[in-house]
Design a protein around this ligand. Structure first.
Ligand code: FAD
Length: 413
């Protein structure tokens, strides 16, 4: 056993328990549905869902429950990773929807906090937590996903700034975003990782064209985004010219390895599935009962993985390659749980919203379809396996791909 394992402490402090009581009390008083029994409204229209999400995030931020790890000067509470874990757990327990401004809160904001100038922080940070401005992430391109450093969107110098030209894809919530964090190649002659710069792009600028793409679920959360000679002023470059890959590395590393929201959601899914299995007789089938037991064990293991990474973060240590193991594990665990759910639903499995005798009224089927994406976003499972093979097991590196594996991008709800 390493000396690290001996230092793990899984007990919460009295202050953390006070924080839990405080947010639970706030949620009981302010949740737009009955705490513990109600559910958030379901929307047919994504724009309506986003409008509801903005309003909800504004209320949460007003009470100080968004970005609790951010410095107080920018609307946060300056709290640590365990406090944040507690807050995220409580929000998920109350079935609060995922933050509509999560790309700003979890990716753009933390990157600006580390790499932004004083003026850039003052300009963009205050509108992020209350969702008065939404952000998206213009990283992936049609030929640059896992191998992100191959990106071809160009940034050419012009008077007072840069002209960006290229094609981005899979950009979540681009159709609602005011700003984007964007990677573009500012020096085509430099080595692959050295010629990239990190920009903030105004999504309302001339030349930005957003085309929604329909997903397996029938919803269109992500988009293709064309950048047709888009002007970006000098003061929208983050970090130094040519340092974009390093800046992006910090964007993708935030809070890797812990996922309190998915942990709580999967516990809730499991408990609901048990109720359905008991009600429709599936529980009497020995094979299904064994698989339910297996699902319970898997969720508990996921919980332990979360705690291990959290314990490292709390001691100012990066979770490291375990973050890849955790992402790989939860995405596969989730897909197995959803397959099991279809078998528990039995004859109701192929039904959709509005059909009779369909427990969950289509939410299980939507969820089954949605979680197919879990093994793609935030770095595909093949890439996570490469990271584990190379950095944990010490196997030889991929000959042509050394250094290109992407850690993350894309967002679980
Ligand atoms: C729901 C969702 C939301 C997203 N939101 C965003 C967003 O907001 N912004 C953004 O920039 N991106 C976003 N993405 C994109 C996401 O980051 C990419 O899809 C992901 O990085 C994979 O890239 P790709 O789709 O180009 O696949 P590719 O990289 O082309 O991979 C295709 C297949 O080849 C495999 N493969 C590739 N390289 C290797 C290798 N070296 N070894 C073994 N196998 C390999 C992959 O695992 C995969 O199975 C989102 C994706 C999804 C699904």
């Amino acid at each position: 056993m390493s000396c690290w394992a001996a230092t793990m402490d899984l007990t919460t402090t009295p202050d953390q328990e006070l924080l839990r009581a405080e947010i639970r009390g706030w949620l009981e008083a302010h949740l737009p549905w009955e705490y513990g029994t109600g559910l958030p409204p379901r929307f047919e229209d994504l724009a309506e869902e986003v409008a509801f999400g903005r309003d909800w995030q504004g209320k949460l931020a007003g009470a100080g429950w968004v970005g609790v790890t951010w410095p107080e000067a920018y609307g946060g509470r300056g709290l640590g990773p365990v406090d944040n874990f507690v807050v995220q757990e409580e929000l998920a327990r109350a079935r609060a929807p995922e933050l509509v401004g999560r790309i700003g809160v979890n990716l753009a904001g933390p990157t600006l906090l580390v790499h932004g100038s004083k003026e850039q922080k003052a300009r963009w940070l205050p509108a992020i937590l209350p969702a008065s401005q939404l952000w998206c992430q213009l990283f992936s391109e049609p030929d640059a996903g896992s191998d992100l450093a191959s990106l071809r969107t160009s940034a050419r110098r012009c008077e007072g700034g840069w002209v960006l030209e290229g094609q981005k894809v899979w950009t979540s919530y681009a159709q609602f975003a005011d700003w984007a964090i964007c990677l573009a190649r500012s020096d085509p002659d430099a080595p692959k990782h050295k010629g990239i710069s990190f920009f903030v792009v105004d999504m309302h600028a001339d030349g930005v064209v957003v085309r929604p793409l329909v997903q397996l679920t029938g919803e269109a959360e992500f988009n293709a985004v064309e950048l047709n000679r888009v002007f970006v002023a000098d003061d929208q470059l983050i970090g130094e010219e040519g340092e974009g890959w390093r800046v992006a590395g910090s964007t993708l590393s935030h809070e890797r390895g812990v996922n309190p929201r998915q942990l709580v959601i999967h516990i809730q899914h499991f408990e609901e599935l048990l109720r359905i299995a008991a009600a429709n007789g599936s529980f009497d089938d020995t094979r299904l009962r064994r698989r339910l037991a297996q699902a319970y064990v898997e969720i508990r293991l996921f919980e332990l993985q979360n705690w291990r990474s959290l314990s490292k973060l709390e001691h100012q240590r990066e979770p490291g390659p375990e973050a890849s193991a955790s992402k790989l594990y939860w995405s596969e665990m989730s897909q197995r749980l959803h397959s099991l759910a279809m078998d528990v639903l039995g004859p109701a499995a192929p039904l959709w919203r509005g059909a009779s005798d369909n427990p969950g009224d289509g939410s299980w089927q939507r969820s089954w379809l949605y979680y197919r994406a879990a093994s793609i976003f935030a770095g595909t499972n093949e890439i996570q396996r490469n990271v584990i093979a190379e950095r944990v097991l010490g196997l030889p590196r991929e000959p042509a791909a050394a250094g290109v594996a992407r850690g993350g991008s894309g967002h679980a709800r």
